[in-house]
Design a binder for this molecule. Structure first.
Ligand SMILES: [Zn+2]
Length: 715
């Protein structure tokens, strides 16, 4: 590694008393933004000793940050190489989410010292051995550093928007792929995020203490070796006397299983039975699947909203194959069959089940909840994740109903219960504003409606425009009906005094900015000036970017003048800060308004745009193609042509990245025939390009084949 670099230095004393020198290198103009990465590194080193018993082995640990890098970071032993986007942080240039990303990625790469370097992969098919396990480790670390529930919610939201569509498309592969042309194409959400879910399931089946026995044995047994996912699973078995034969299917079978659950209550016998069925759709090369072994974590709520005890005093009544978690009143059922039933005894009234607590398995859960039951779970479930999930289910149900109203030309009616649920949350936030009894980050998360990419994923055939219109209708209704409450929340959560970066301050900012995004929905002059005021006065990037995003996204006429002025002011002020200018591009590329494709095309010719810089390319082109569903999928196919042109251009200079940005075109299976044809035509056009790289060839050719063609021939 060579360059004109400066560095900061610190030290860490390990649990056995050895002193380790820590250094972070970067170019001079960024040296004032690396202190937070150093703090995160020290926290990660201490955490890995405490939670996994892993001590650092060398006398020096270095990080170097570079501005032009395809990946987030790379764990080269003793000298981690980082994209500046995962290292640099300063309050005026970095959002709270950016800070959390730095903390998470610094930890992730550090954790690789054990899970990746001292114990490494025998071959590339084992990539998930180190990535799945290390992603889990960084998720656990972030959850210990901040709001555990909000971390879990964000992890699951990422899985659902990035991994579920991949697992349902032509590029679906198991976490240990069977074949590849170019391994760079397999640094995927499946290998990383689903890989982490698979290791998390082992941890859930074993419980934290027994999982630790397993990881201790794995590290002791394989220190200094290059091993396989099989060796990892074997260590878990050998340390714990558990049979994971069937569980190993998660490493071989692709696709997202569907878990369909129904229940019945016998009033005379006081028994409650859950009927659980699992099925997994066909994926390329895998027509039929064997049933998975998975942990189903659950609780049962009585009519007052309390968890019915399913442990200790009720142990004899626990069904076979179940194991009560020591900490909570959750029960973990081992699901192993296509179809099975579990009966609970001594249940005195018909309970409401809280299923798949903490998202205990990467599946799609089907249970026929009524909207009233979902409302009940939202306010009573003791599992924070499932409180959020109940709210999401309610909102998704309402949005899907509105999609049908739009499709049939009926009047749009937003179910009152959804507005009521948001009202309850806002009231809670106001009532407990100062007493600290409420997690404001959680309330803010509860108010986020599911992303359009996830809503598209849930539909059989995604009606892009109706989904967008329905989601906007819901947001508009909430904004109009709850304006007073939203404004109170906005005002109550202003930063008082100096900028702080603790969990409470982050939570306050996220709630305030959530309120702002709703308040900017209607065409309201007063709110527009409130937003401009926030933009002009903010002393931190979280508030600045939330304000400019709300202005850019606003279709209100009164916002137009302020929008252009803010964008120009923002650019001029930050033109020397590459990562801030990335945000400037990204905010414009994500805008749902109809003229966005034209704006993105114009931005391609901007003097600050450089196709050779991966961060810049991602901020403009990837943001548009991956996050801006309504504009990327515009009916005339303009978004598809735009992306294919970029893939072809980029392939000549950066094939790795060209293959990466192309994947939205492979998701054609979700859309109507007209869009399918347009998307496939662009994939064909890419394939006809001369001198195409293997990277792009692999994704485009596999992406073009319908699942049927890849199925094994019968007869
Ligand atoms: Zn990694």
């Amino acid at each position: 590694m060579a360059g004109d670099l400066q560095h900061i230095e610190d030290k860490f004393v390990t649990q056995s008393g050895r002193e380790v020198t820590l250094q972070i290198f970067t170019e001079a103009h960024n040296i004032d933004k690396v202190a937070y990465a150093m703090t995160s590194l020290k926290n990660a080193m201490a955490w890995d000793e405490k939670v996994y018993g892993r001590e650092y082995d060398l006398d020096i640990f270095m990080i170097v940050a570079v501005e032009s890098f395809n990946m987030g970071a790379m764990e080269n032993k003793g000298l981690n190489i980082f994209n500046t986007s995962c290292v640099l942080a300063r309050p005026d240039t970095t959002t709270d989410a950016g800070y959390q990303r730095v903390e998470g990625v610094v930890a992730h790469e550090y954790f690789h010292n054990w899970s990746g370097n001292r114990v490494t992969c025998r071959d590339w098919f084992q990539l998930s051995l180190k990535e799945g396990f290390t992603v889990l480790r960084d998720q656990q670390f972030s959850s210990d550093m901040g709001s555990a529930t909000v971390c879990r919610i964000n992890d699951v939201a990422t899985l659902r928007t990035a991994q579920f569509p991949e697992d349902a498309g032509p590029m679906a592969h198991s976490i240990r792929p069977d074949s590849y042309i170019e391994i760079n194409n397999f640094y995927t959400a499946t290998v990383y995020e689903k890989g982490a879910e698979v290791v998390r399931m082992i941890s859930t089946l074993l419980g934290p203490d027994r999982f630790r026995l397993g990881t201790d044995l794995y590290f002791d047994r394989h220190d200094g070796q290059a091993v396989t996912t099989e060796d990892f699973v074997k260590a878990m078995e050998d340390a714990n006397d558990i049979d994971l034969s069937q569980f190993r299917l998660w490493y071989r079978q692709a696709g997202t299983p569907v878990l369909a659950i129904s229940s019945d209550y016998d009033e005379g016998a006081n028994t409650y039975t859950l009927h659980v069925e699992q099925a997994c759709p066909a994926t390329p090369g895998q027509e039929s699947k064997e049933p998975f072994h998975l942990p189903l974590s659950l609780g049962l709520l009585d009519e007052s909203g309390q968890d019915i005890a399913l442990e200790e005093n009720r142990r004899p009544a626990c069904p076979e194959g179940a194991q009560a978690s020591a900490r909570k009143r959750d029960l973990v059922l081992n699901i192993t069959q296509d179809k099975e039933s579990f009966t609970f005894e001594n249940i005195e009234s018909n309970p409401i089940p809280s299923l798949l607590r903490g998202f205990s398995a990467p599946v799609k859960l089907e249970y026929d909840y009524t909207r009233d039951e979902l409302m009940f779970l939202m306010s009573h479930d003791s599992d924070g994740f499932n409180r959020w999930e109940a709210g999401q289910r309610l909102a998704v149900d309402v949005i899907q109903e509105i999609v049908r109203q739009i499709q049939t030309g009926a009047e749009i009616v937003v179910d009152d219960r959804l507005v009521k649920a948001c009202e309850n949350n806002l009231n809670q936030a106001i009532e407990h504003d100062r007493d600290g009894s409420i997690d404001k980050a959680m309330i803010a998360t509860m108010l986020v409606m599911s992303q359009e990419t996830y809503l598209a994923e849930l539909a059989k055939v995604a009606d892009v425009d109706a989904i967008h219109q329905a989601r906007e209708a819901v947001r508009g209704e909430i904004a109009t009906r709850l304006k007073g409450l939203l404004l109170s929340v906005y005002k109550l959560n202003q930063d008082a005094g100096q900028y702080q970066l603790d969990a409470k301050a982050i939570a306050r900012r996220s709630l305030k900015n959530m309120a702002l995004s709703y308040l900017m929905q209607p065409n309201d002059t007063e709110m527009v000036s409130l937003c401009i005021q926030q933009f002009e006065k903010a002393d931190n990037m979280t508030d600045t970017s939330a304000a400019i995003r709300a202005l850019v996204n606003s279709g209100a006429e009164t916002a137009q003048a302020g929008k252009e002025k803010a964008l120009t002011g923002f650019f001029n002020h930050w033109s020397d800060e590459a990562l801030v200018i990335d945000q400037w591009f990204s905010i414009q590329a994500a805008c749902p308004l109809p003229d966005t494709l034209q704006r993105v095309k114009t931005l391609m010719t901007h003097s600050a745009f450089d196709m050779k810089n991966p961060n810049r390319m991602r901020s403009l082109v990837s943001t548009f193609a991956f996050q801006n569903n309504v504009n990327f999928h515009q009916r005339n196919g303009g978004g598809y042509v735009f992306l294919a042109d970029r893939v072809i251009e980029l392939d000549a200079i950066n094939p790795q990245m060209a293959a990466r940005i192309l994947s939205p075109l492979t998701r054609w299976g979700k859309y109507d025939e007209q869009r399918q044809d347009l998307m496939k035509a662009e994939l064909n056009r890419i394939l006809e390009t001369e001198n195409l790289s293997e990277n792009v060839f692999e994704v485009a050719s596999k992406g073009l084949k319908p699942v049927e063609v890849l199925k094994p021939q019968s007869g």
